[in-house]
Design a protein around this ligand. Structure first.
Ligand code: KIV
Length: 272
């Protein structure tokens, strides 16, 4: 198989579309800062999401709702400076695209201008299709997001599995077509049954990126802090821990504290 993403200087929406055509899976992770984004880019990740999950993992909020446009732009600018190759997507935060199509388009243009990212992500289906059409008509690539859309956590009553009944599954299948027709270049599918995610992925020509949506999607995304095992308290079924940074960091910090207390750090060779 030709590894399209390995041969590209900078990944574009065209690369991502070609990857779906040749069945090369798309790898995506979140990042919120320069150093992490540089590491992900150097390792060859295809897409980086400046997620509004920054509200959780960076700021300690229990939902994504409080994060502001200014804060998203700050995180996106930091990430952008660390990336040469990956396609960078920034979440439009809660309240920045739900008020009116004009307001959403103004906010989308502002985030693109000030952050330099490659595209934006919006949560929702048919109800925001017109907004997506206007934003994509302005030349801005838009990634949709269906299933568990965390900005609607209060309407859902929690972070449980979505579209696990026939009516909701049918709505998701109609939503994904509406988002494709509105001009989305990709769709995130979060926490839905694997069989539905596969059916939805096969029903559209644009790539789907799954999180808690099984292996039938065209790509996968995880929150970087979760997959690196930084947060001991958050271990949902869909997260695979590729490292145990909680242990690595707490061991290193404990050693540092002990060295400082015992006067072992700094040593002569670490002094001027
Ligand atoms: O904000 C985020 O990190 C996301 C992913 C969970 C897809 O939207």
């Amino acid at each position: 198989m030709a590894y399209l993403s390995e041969t590209r200087k900078h990944i574009t929406t065209n690369t991502l579309a070609e990857m779906k055509t040749v069945k090369e899976k798309i790898s995506m992770l979140t990042a919120y800062d320069f150093t992490t984004a540089s590491l992900l880019d150097a390792t060859g990740i295809d897409m980086i999401l400046v997620g509004d999950s920054a509200a959780n993992v960076m700021a300690g909020h229990s939902t994504t709702l409080p994060i502001t446009i200014d804060q998203m732009i700050y995180h996106a600018q930091c990430v952008r400076r660390g990336v040469q190759r990956a396609f960078v997507v920034c979440d439009m935060p809660f309240g920045s695209y739900q008020i009116s199509v004009e307001d959403a388009t103004n906010n989308a243009v502002r985030i693109m201008k000030e952050s330099g990212v490659d595209g934006l992500k919006l949560e929702g289906g048919i109800e925001i299709a017109e907004t997506i059409r206007r934003i994509t008509n302005a030349g801005i690539p838009v990634c949709g997001h269906l299933g568990l859309t965390p900005q609607s956590v209060h309407a859902f009553g929690g972070y449980g599995l979505r579209a696990n009944n026939e009516a909701e599954a049918q709505k998701l299948l109609a939503d994904i077509k509406a988002l494709e027709e509105a001009g989305c270049f990709a769709i995130v599918l979060e926490k839905i049954p694997a069989t539905l995610a596969e059916q939805a992925s096969l029903s559209v020509s644009i790539p789907t990126i799954g999180i808690g949506a099984g292996n039938g999607c065209d790509g996968q995304v995880l929150v970087i802090d979760d997959m690196l095992g930084k947060n001991k308290g958050f271990q949902p079924k869909f997260v695979r821990h590729y490292a145990d940074l909680y242990s690595v960091i707490t061991k290193a910090v404990a050693q540092y504290i002990s060295d400082v207390k015992e006067g072992k750090f700094p040593a002569i060779e670490e002094s001027y």
